[in-house]
Design a protein around this ligand. Sequence first.
Ligand SMILES: [Cu+2]
Length: 270
Amino acid sequence: MNATRSLIAASLAQAMPLDPGRHHMLHAAAPQAGHIEWLYWITFWILFAVFVLMIGAFVRASAKTHVEAIHPLPILEKDEKADRRAGWGVGAALAVTVITLFVILVLSVITGKRVEGLTSQNPVTIQITGHQWWWEITYPNPKADQTVTTANEIHVPVGTPVVVLTNSKDVIHSFWAPNITGKRDLLPGYSSAFWFQIDRAGIYHGQCAEFCGLQHAHMGFSIIAESVHEFQAWQQQQLKTAAEPSTSEAIRGREVFLTHACLMCHTIRG
Ligand SMILES: [Cu+2]
């Protein structure tokens, strides 16, 4: 079964434009994504069994009712026994369908509860605001000068729950990092929250999953999961003001940056 799983995962990965390890729901790097992957495989195997049974029944029925082309079509006579058998068959198929749908519904609810449950008292909190067409990431702090803001780049410590507060400045966006957790809609004028925890250090790609305008396809982001020490060092670095350029090339670069349109959207931080 593991070989089949790997084969299916590899086939799906082939269809993905990005490194599958960094943007793929079948390479879970967080417990939430693990629960979603579990539900995916259960649903996959249930549907696969239904598919095989349906094809088997179809082939059997075709073989039983095979009629040679040279013979005239048989005249069917009323067969009450066969009618009753067919009635039982349809009833059983309906019952199996309803039970299967009910089982998938229950498993979906269980997965939803597992994904939502928060087990730590000391999470890191970040605020994510959707804009056309970028992500504003803020690490709130009671002291205003200790608040860190970035764009499209989310740094988090490995093994620590991260509570994400969401909002949107303009239209509906959808935050989706398939290795980490399921899709979350960001609604204008409506605050919401969810959480995730990454157990494996690395860089994971995410993408807006709700069409939000002409540049929607470019609305990506990165989640950088690093050790607590590296995360704190990054935060301290972000709080510093940008270093003065020391080479003529760097001085020229700053000049170009400050005198062109870059400044309309970007700022220079530490
Ligand atoms: Cu979008």
